[in-house]
Design a protein around this ligand. Structure first.
Ligand SMILES: O=C1O[C@H](COP(=O)(O)O)[C@@H](O)[C@H](O)[C@H]1O
Length: 258
């Protein structure tokens, strides 16, 4: 487990811009070191805000978009063109305006796809896709993602792992079908905590007053079943990227204040 580092920005706009700049640097460094990079995207307000900031970032063309694998941390199990899909929102925010290789954009299955209503089969298929992409040096059933991003929900959920939900206890599978999620839509696909922890770096994003309670609970020693965000960490780095409102419940001394 890596100790979380907390970075607090003035507001959500600056947080999105600074995180976009950070992500560009991380991708460019990974491409220089290993030839390609792999990033796991998140949905939600902060995830989409980051992608929109990336789309207009002055340095965005420093990324070789064709040498980038994109995965998702979770997806809503609805039809492929549904506006609720994280993929649909990511396309609008960024993916339709950069030259990504479609074969390297690893979209989670949709409910009108080959698995129909069987979300567990859809989740197993995504797990198989991850396993096929894992190299021997990754030493596990998923690639060693360079950066895995997670929006933190007001209830501390990350990906589609909700507090007290059975998916938070999963210790074997890397991807699960989620039934009865408390936030609509109820049927989802999610990476599990073991898959999340395979990433080199895990970045948790939270902005706004409605996230302050979740941030202080997760960083205040809660367990992963009560507060899934508390147990999302990377092998080399765990970074909490916040705005001042989301950080307002943290004790003095947890991050440098300006
Ligand atoms: O449902 C979801 O919510 C979280 C957080 O969303 P936010 O709008 O409260 O920031 C998101 O990270 C996740 O990917 C998504 O499916």
């Amino acid at each position: 487990m890596t100790t979380p580092q907390v970075v607090v920005h003035r507001d959500k706009e600056l947080m999105a811009e600074a995180t976009a700049a950070r992500l560009i640097t991380r991708i460019v460094d990974a491409q220089a070191a290993r030839g390609s990079a792999s990033v796991v995207l998140t949905g939600g307000r902060n995830g989409n805000g980051l992608l929109a900031a990336l789309a207009t970032a002055p340095a965005r063309d420093a990324v070789d978009w064709r040498r980038l694998d994109l995965w998702w941390g979770d997806e809503r199990y609805v039809p492929a063109d549904d506006p609720e899909r994280n993929h649909t929102q990511a396309r609008a925010a960024l993916l339709d305006s950069v030259p990504v290789d479609p074969a390297r954009v690893h979209v989670m299955p949709a409910s009108d796809g080959p698995y129909g209503a069987d979300v567990d089969a859809a989740a197993a298929a995504y797990a198989a896709e991850l396993a096929a992409a894992a190299a021997p040096e990754d030493h596990g059933p998923v690639p060693r993602f360079d950066v895995l991003m997670l929006g933190v929900g007001p209830d501390t959920h990350v990906a589609s792992l909700f507090p007290e939900h059975p998916a938070t206890r999963e210790s074997e599978r890397t991807v699960v079908g989620v039934h009865g999620a408390p936030k609509p839509p109820p049927t989802r696909i999610s990476l599990t905590l073991p898959a999340i922890r395979a990433a080199r770096e895990v970045w948790l994003l939270a902005a706004g007053e409605d996230k302050a309670g979740a941030v202080s609970l997760a960083l205040g020693g809660a367990g992963g079943v009560q507060a899934p965000a508390a147990e999302a960490y990377g092998r080399s780095r765990t970074l909490w990227l916040l705005d001042r409102a989301a950080a307002s419940g943290l004790p003095a001394g947890m991050y440098p204040r300006s």
